[in-house]
Design a protein around this ligand. Structure first.
Ligand SMILES: [Fe+2]
Length: 190
């Protein structure tokens, strides 16, 4: 995939177009993209572009106009796949261990249409998402989880899935922090 700043700018614009009316969602996505930009120097050019592009697209499935299954990782992935970006679609589909909520919703078979990438880029997307709060500020994974429990309620399906996913989210965050340390990349903590 040969892409450049203009490509990322175009994705940012379409993400804003779809999400700007959804309260804080666009702020969160901009925060995740900022985080991805900060750590992108730890990756080769192609991986860095995929990380940044996926950061902008990961929550696009929340857009009412893209609603299909009602589960945003899959609905977002359908849209991204329709644009012809298959690797990006898989990153979006599986971001932040979506498989747990997909299972609770009985949608695993739809998620399985997208091959899961296990890579430093996939870990980094989860890291960026899980260390960015709902208004785009940097938070710890613990703060992020506590905020989601508070926002959705402890018994909500989102919270149930998050409890199941948490060990895997922690590992993805830890692996990413280790890779960043190994490459001498430091990130702002606020
Ligand atoms: Fe997100």
């Amino acid at each position: 995939m040969v892409h450049n700043d203009a490509f990322i700018h175009q994705l940012a614009e379409s993400s804003e177009y779809f999400l700007a009316s959804l309260g804080n969602r666009w702020l969160h996505v901009q925060g995740v993209a900022e985080r991805a930009r900060q750590i992108s120097k730890a990756f080769n050019t192609d991986d860095a572009i995929h990380l940044l592009a996926a950061a902008y697209l990961h929550d696009i499935g929340y857009a009412p106009t893209l609603k299909d299954t009602g589960f945003h990782p899959i609905d977002g992935a359908y849209y991204v796949r329709s644009l012809g970006y298959h690797r990006l679609a898989s990153l979006v589909a599986h971001h932040s261990e979506s498989r747990f909520e997909a299972r609770l919703r009985g949608l695993e078979h739809l998620l399985d249409e997208f091959p899961r990438e296990r890579s430093a880029v996939a870990d980094a997307l989860t890291y960026c998402d899980q260390t960015t709060g709902p208004t785009g500020l940097h938070v710890s994974l613990e703060e992020r989880v506590a905020e989601i429990f508070h926002r959705y309620g402890e018994s909500d399906r989102v919270s149930q899935a998050l409890r199941q996913a948490l060990p895997y989210l922690s590992l993805a965050v830890a692996r990413t922090q280790w890779r960043l340390r190994m490459r001498g990349v430091t990130v702002a903590t606020s």
